[in-house]
Write a protein that binds this ligand. Sequence first.
Ligand code: ZN
Length: 95
Amino acid sequence: MSRKHDRYGQHVYGSVHKKERKRWGPRVRTGQVCCWRCGDPIAPEAKWDLGHVDEDGRARGFPARHPEHRACNRATVTILKQQLARNALQASRRW
Ligand SMILES: [Zn+2]
């Protein structure tokens, strides 16, 4: 698949996306913008992407596009699985 499309086949690096990423740039460089996926601040020198916020993220008040750690972008599936495993563990401990 072309690098210009995300896994849903959407064109992610169109001019609107580029403009928005540019708009976020200075704010991310202050180190005060939080990654919508993990909630941790994005360090000024960290690699980041302007991510597509999913339903869960929007329910938490994030806009449709929001910066995210590049690592979180790549690791989403792994993190979800870890969270599920953790939740299952906590649930089982309660009993
Ligand atoms: Zn993150």
